[in-house]
Design a protein around this ligand. Structure first.
Ligand code: NAD
Length: 297
């Protein structure tokens, strides 16, 4: 019998996260029997309260997944060359399983160039151009975590993605474009909208699956959603409520949209936790790939 207190139209990202972390943990328990498992290293450049929250969540997930997790905080004054040198040392260090480069970074740091410097087999965030390029060839092993989380949550509904009409709103390198590519590989028909798209609602209203990654609170109202659709809300926006308190909301007007949609991911508690779980799953994939090339036993 369904629990009357649980809204079954909201997809519970925390439950999905917990299931994935259990799978990853079971893998690493076995891997540790075969030999010592290396650690994940999180690199934050400069002090940022925003980044500290991400790192805390990742560290907690790593504990649940049975992976050692070290936090490095590099000074605000570190140069691009010094960062590259430190990354290169971690690439060569067999005690480092994967490298996470936290964003945002200070203005003088070129984040893309540093992501390129991370060895593709240690790129647990799936942000190296080689990892992004692999998605074009439908090789999903180390996909960008948020994009992979969106796909995982769509699959939670049990819908067969083949032939489904998906509309992706947002076309950034780290979210929108990879989501579109991953879903094409699953057989969906994908339309990508962005800030220059005319009449967003014309596209969004015919979507069986609507994925939104823009960064604008309440961009998507109920009138923009097809009845019964799956709505995946990737947006993270800090807003101040009528009580004067700051809170996090997505890009979707969740309470209105859930009256018409079949499924909606809540913010917080939807895509966010699953993104962290994907990072740990990527660590597992990195371990498997490093083993396959003989880096580790
Ligand atoms: P971005 O700023 O790089 O890209 C925004 C995208 O939205 C662009 O493609 C732009 O063309 C489009 N856009 C802007 N205004 C629009 C409009 N009015 N109509 C249609 N499209 C419009 O952002 P991003 O890095 O892709 O992040 C998007 C959102 O997702 C942000 O809120 C970010 O905080 C959030 N995010 C969440 C996670 C997570 O793990 N949950 C991870 C990454 C980003």
């Amino acid at each position: 019998m369904k629990d009357a207190h649980i809204d079954h139209r909201l997809i519970d990202g925390k439950a999905v996260m917990s299931r994935i972390l259990d799978e990853v943990s079971a893998y690493f328990v076995q891997a540790a029997i075969g030999g010592r498992v290396a650690r994940l290293v999180s690199v934050s450049i400069g002090d940022s309260p925003e980044v500290a929250v991400y790192v805390r969540n990742q560290a907690r997930a790593a504990v649940k997944a049975g992976i050692r997790f070290d936090q490095e905080l590099w000074s605000n004054e570190v140069s691009q060359d010094e960062c590259k040198q430190l990354i290169s040392e971690m690439n060569d260090d067999p005690e480092v399983l994967g490298i996470i480069l936290q964003r945002p970074v200070p203005d003088h740091i070129n984040v893309r160039s540093l992501q390129s410097a991370i060895h593709p087999l240690k790129d647990v965030e799936g942000m190296n151009p080689a990892s992004i390029g692999n998605i074009v060839y439908s090789d999903m092993a180390l996909a960008p975590c948020t994009a992979a989380a969106a796909v995982t949550l769509i699959k939670e509904t049990g819908l067969d993605l083949k032939g489904l009409e998906v509309v992706m709103i947002g076309h950034s390198e780290i979210v929108g474009k990879p989501v579109a590519l991953l879903l094409m590989a699953e057989g969906a028909t994908v339309t990508v909208c962005h800030h220059m798209t005319r009449s967003l609602a014309i596209h969004s209203r015919r979507a069986d699956v609507l994925v939104v990654a823009v960064g604008k609170p309440h961009l998507i109202g109920a009138e923009m959603v097809k009845p019964g659709a799956v709505v995946i809300d990737i947006g993270i926006n800090h807003v101040v409520g009528s009580d004067g308190k700051s809170r996090i909301v997505g890009d979707v007007d969740t309470s209105a949209v859930k009256e018409i949609a079949g499924w909606v991911t809540p913010v917080p508690g939807g895509v966010g936790p699953v993104t962290v779980a994907m990072l740990m799953r990527n660590a597992m994939t990195a371990h498997q790939r490093q083993q396959a090339v003989g880096w580790i036993q």
